[in-house]
Design a protein around this ligand. Structure first.
Ligand SMILES: [Zn+2]
Length: 1036
């Protein structure tokens, strides 16, 4: 999957990083959602009152449903609703709020979290996890399927009533092999009503016979199991088929088989049906063995009305008329063996563009709602060459005859890599060059490349269990850059990697409340919490490190043999390490006594990362090098942190004869070594730089003398130092200063050369790091002085780049301009604000002229014109928002409307964002909230709103959204705010359980900010004063 990061995030200045890719419904433990509950209620009543009652009122229906045999009795439903407080709330959606205390009773059977149970795993013996008192304890429950059966083949038939009452008539047959004799067949099931009398188990070879008798049907809602208890045992090595009819429901919760709406060109409301199964939601569409290692082939039939079309993983082999007038069955070819979470279907009236890959192997189609179809042109253009590039890169052909990509109006994640049918949110696949910014274009190609990379890493070879999710996501997140680089070679994306991935995740991974990328998970809540920035960006960063220490050839050779060995199967990280080790030993890129596993276990099984401290001898020619876990604040638990050690690939070069291209480890620092000595360095007049191209996942600190040599080099000729290392020096210096390991005087001196810097990546790094100071200072008396300093840095850049955009400039120049303008306006530089207001006014006077504002400048212009304007400016944006046909334009306007300084408009905006049918899609409500929270005036409002309206917001999503809490509290830095945050957590303990790690991170961040203010605020005020930026009032 791809994160639902916003398109503007590539250039976001707020420094808050959307970490959650997708969060799953908290009520996982219950297998019936409210909507299905209602449907079920209707069923139950109808069973009692009128057996022939037409439940499918709008739906033509041939099969007879025997309501009496519904598997679920009403008592069972009641039970589950009582046991799960969330269900209680969902069930009572039409009633008033339930007090938190009333909701929090009942058992809360949950699973052993990795946070609290480490010793029980064999995987991660070296992890040093902190059991903080603030983390909730989970009870242990095994939710894994029994291993007695192995599914081989599914036949799935679904008839969704898209323009009816959203019910789904379903039929499934699953053929399975018996690995151990058993009396039970256990399948996953959720939000589905089975028809017991249709459930049949028969031996292959005697399918027409009487079959095996089912003694009892059992449900286990906590585990989302259906169990058929048989009278006789299934025999080892024999094959059986279980078949059943069932009833499902097209929900509006963006998971399982769900519905999405949009308005057609003429304003008609249209509905489509689409799936999102990762990680544990295939079971909501049809009963199945819903675990990634239980691969099988799938043969799908989808019923549709003839005015729609359908797509699935494989091509259609035949379309069969149904007895119902106007309906047909689309029958799909049998798939390759694959995991359930990769199955996908879409039934829509969308249009498509078709092309083929250059080698003619693969038919490539892009789909979108008809009015947006031309925006799919860029994806159609870049998709096929990226696919063939990956075939070459992985040395493995793409095995399916076709690849569909479709843009879905309502979509929870950024995109989903379903094999042969990739689904996207619109902003991740559609791009209109006249309307959208360059960053939107990069986002589209990045997501396309990411999902295509998954066709190998994830689809062809799948993690045995979700613990290794990081391997999927880390790989796709790294290889996506290789894909982009192939189709957009001038974009310098390999440089951008450091900015967008390494630096971003460094900041999250420097918290005590971080987590190892490989952690044992069991419960769906834990699985969904894994889809975070750490899994993606740290995974990508350490894979990039590995690529460099192994060298490109060895890395690709190992990958290729690994994919070949495990294709259509499952693997664990150790399997990959083994193949890479073999390749490394063959090629001589690692010593024979060193394995990839030895190295990589220290990066995947323990959290955090090291800072390497380099202290040179008086003559400079040798240095003692030590490693220590990097933490922003060393608190009480730091002692245990001292045990953290890594295998660190040390790369370095010296100022006398620099070479930044040798990214293989010159020296390995072992995980048993705290201090080593390195010889043959240049004499003391020449600097040394460690971590070339920032390919290592570590920070570097130096002695003062070496810092000064680096600062001097930057001032005299910065181009001697590689671009990425200039960014690295800035980022390390500022973060080491934050952590009290380098003086701010030194760190800020690094900034003195910036006037000569022309490259985007160092500039963006510098600005991003200043954002933290700005955030911390924003409500203090020192802000004026800091603002003057920031303007001194940024106004020359602003003046140099100008307010006139050029889309023919190199991409990174466009980004640089956008960054400079955003900041100049944010710092209230008058010229910038006037320009923004004037150009927006010009647009308001010519509302139909969409070319007045260059797409790259829209974010800044919209935001700051609305910020200095009033209701008129805001309402104009709202109307533009409602009318726009382009996803990226819509979310840009949504963000900009959060910039107003009018408190009542902000309040109104928050209110409508979380009400249904407001015109704002559910998936975008967090964006409104985030924009208000990022606004100096809106920040307190957002926090109050979150506290006051918690129940409404929870109801709106049906779960807790950690990103709202993160954005509301991002600049918290006072003891009072920490108190409020803790109180908030206490009051909503139950609701916040599924996002407990994120809440813990927010609390830790607040503590860090408080500590930072105590030790650094005055230091920086003094520095500003010393450097002529004082705004002290005279008192005489
Ligand atoms: Zn992914």
């Amino acid at each position: 999957m791809t994160a639902s990061r916003g398109v503007g995030d590539l250039l976001a200045m707020e420094g808050s990083h959307p970490d959650h890719v997708i969060t799953f419904d908290k009520s996982k433990g219950c297998y019936v959602s409210r909507s299905v509950g209602v449907l079920l209620g209707v069923f139950f009543v109808s069973a009692l009152v009128v057996t022939g009652l037409l439940v499918f009122y709008y739906a033509p229906q041939k099969r007879d449903l025997h309501h009496e045999s519904l598997l679920l009795s009403s008592t069972q439903v009641t039970q589950s609703t009582e046991r799960k407080p969330i269900m209680g709330r969902r069930r009572s959606s039409n009633s008033t709020k339930i007090p938190a205390s009333a909701r929090s009773n009942g058992t809360n059977k949950r699973l052993a979290g990795s946070r609290t149970k480490v010793t029980s795993t064999t995987r991660a013996p070296t992890i040093l996890l902190n059991t903080t008192t603030e983390a909730p304890l989970h009870e242990e429950m095994n939710v894994r399927l029994p291993r007695a059966l192995k599914p081989l083949h599914y036949l799935v038939k679904l008839q969704p009533f898209i323009s009816g009452n959203f019910s789904i008539l379903g039929y499934v047959e699953v053929e399975m092999e018996v690995l151990e004799p058993t009396f039970n067949i256990t399948l996953h099931i959720a939000d589905i009503i089975t028809k017991n009398e249709t459930i049949r188990v028969a031996a292959v070879g005697d399918l027409e016979g009487l079959g095996l008798k089912v003694r009892k049907h059992e449900y286990d809602p906590e585990r989302q199991f259906y169990v058929a208890h048989l009278e006789e045992a299934l025999q080892q090595s024999h094959k059986y088929v279980l078949s059943m009819e069932f009833l499902g429901y097209l929900n509006d919760q963006l998971h399982g088989f769900y519905r999405s709406n949009y308005r057609d060109a003429d304003g008609t409301e249209k509905t489509l049906a689409v799936t999102q199964f990762q990680a544990t939601d295939a079971r909501r569409a049809f009963p199945c063995f819903d675990e990634p290692s239980l691969k099988a082939t799938f043969e799908v039939y989808l019923a549709r009305t003839t005015n729609m079309s359908s797509i699935s993983n494989m091509p259609i082999i035949e379309t069969i008329p149904m007895e119902e007038e106007g309906w047909v069955w689309d029958h799909y070819d049998t798939s390759v063996p694959m995991s359930t979470y990769l199955v996908a279907f879409v039934v829509s009236d969308f249009a498509s563009l078709t092309t083929t890959t250059a080698n003619n192997h693969t038919v490539f189609r892009v789909w979108a709602r008809e009015p947006a179809l031309q925006q799919a042109e860029y994806s159609r253009l870049v998709g096929p060459p990226i696919l063939t590039h990956f075939e070459d890169y992985f040395n493995q052909s793409y095995p399916l005859p076709k690849q569909d990509m479709i843009a879905i109006p309502d979509f929870s994640a950024g995109a989903m890599e379903n094999w042969g049918l990739i689904t996207y949110r619109e902003t991740a696949m559609l791009y209109d060059p006249r309307v959208s910014a360059a960053s939107n274009k990069q986002y589209v190609v990045a997501v396309v490349a990411h999902e295509l990379a998954h066709q190998w890493f994830g689809n062809l070879v799948t993690p045995r269990w979700w613990t290794d999710l990081w391997l999927n996501e880390g790989f796709a997140s790294y290889v996506e850059y290789i894909g982009i680089n192939h189709v957009e070679p001038t974009w310098q994306v390999m440089e951008q990697f450091v900015l967008n991935e390494v630096q971003v995740v460094f900041s999250l991974d420097s918290l005590e409340s971080s987590h190892p990328i490989s952690i044992p998970v069991v419960h769906p809540d834990e699985i969904s919490e894994l889809f975070d920035r750490i899994s993606y960006a740290k995974g990508a960063s350490i894979i990039r490190m590995m690529n460099h220490f192994l060298t490109e050839d060895t890395f690709r050779k190992g990958l290729s043999t690994y994919l070949d060995a495990f294709k259509y199967g499952n693997a664990e990280q150790d399997d990959l390490w083994e193949h890479l080790t073999q390749a490394a030993h063959q090629d001589g890129t690692l010593p024979l006594d060193l394995t990839v596993k030895t190295i990589m276990d220290t990066w995947t099984l323990q959290m955090g990362y090291p800072v390497i401290t380099v202290e040179r001898s008086p003559d400079g020619t040798s240095a003692s090098v030590s490693q220590e876990r990097f933490l922003l604040v060393k608190e009480g638990d730091f002692k245990s942190s001292e045990e953290y050690k890594w295998w660190v690939p040390l790369t370095y070069t010296g100022g006398d004869d620099s070479n930044f291209n040798e990214t293989r480890a010159k020296v390995w620092m072992k995980d048993t070594e705290t201090l080593i000595t390195i010889q043959s360095l240049p004499t003391k007049d020449h600097w040394v730089i460690f971590n070339l191209q920032e390919t290592g996942y570590y920070r570097v600190n130096y002695d003062n003398h070496n810092w000064n040599l680096l600062i001097q080099q930057l001032l005299t000729d910065h181009t001697v130092i590689a671009t990425i290392n200039r960014a690295q020096i800035i980022d390390d210096a500022m973060n080491l200063a934050r952590a009290d390991q380098v003086a701010y005087d030194t760190a800020l001196e690094v900034y003195n050369y910036l006037g000569q810097e022309t490259e985007y990546v160092p500039w963006a790094t510098a600005i991003n790091n200043l954002a933290y100071l700005k955030d911390m200072f924003s409500r203090t008396g020192g802000y004026g002085a800091l603002k003057n300093y920031l303007l001194d840095i940024l106004v020359p850049l602003y003046n140099m780049l100008g307010f006139i955009d050029s889309q023919s400039d190199p991409l990174l120049d466009q980004y640089k301009r956008q960054k400079a303008l955003t900041w100049a306006c944010e710092l209230e530089h008058q010229d910038c604000l006037q320009n923004a207001a004037a150009i927006y006014a010009h647009w308001m006077n010519n509302p139909d002229n969409s070319s007045i504002i260059s797409p790259n400048l829209k974010s800044t212009v919209y935001c700051h014109a609305i910020s200095v304007g009033g209701e008129k400016e805001w309402n104009f944006a709202w109307n533009k928002y409602l009318k726009s046909n382009v996803g990226s334009e819509k979310i840009r306007l949504l963000s900009a409307m959060g910039c107003t300084k009018q408190v009542w408009i902000l309040s109104r905006y928050l209110e409508i964002a979380f009400s249904p049918d407001s015109g704002i899609r559910k998936q975008d409500a967090f964006r409104v909230f985030g924009a208000v929270a990022a606004n100096e005036v809106g920040r307190p409002l957002a926090w109050t709103f979150l506290q006051d309206q918690w129940d409404t917001i929870f109801e709106f999503y049906g779960k807790a959204k950690s990103r709202l809490i993160k954005s509301a509290t991002s600049s918290f830095n006072s003891v009072q705010q920490l108190k409020e945050l803790r109180l908030f957590r206490r009051e909503h303990l139950q609701d916040l359980e599924s996002v407990s790690r994120s809440v813990q991170q927010v609390i830790e961040r607040t503590k860090i900010n408080i500590a930072w203010m105590t030790s650094n605020y005055q230091v920086i005020v003094n520095w500003l004063h010393k450097n002529g930026y004082s705004t002290k009032l005279s008192n005489a």
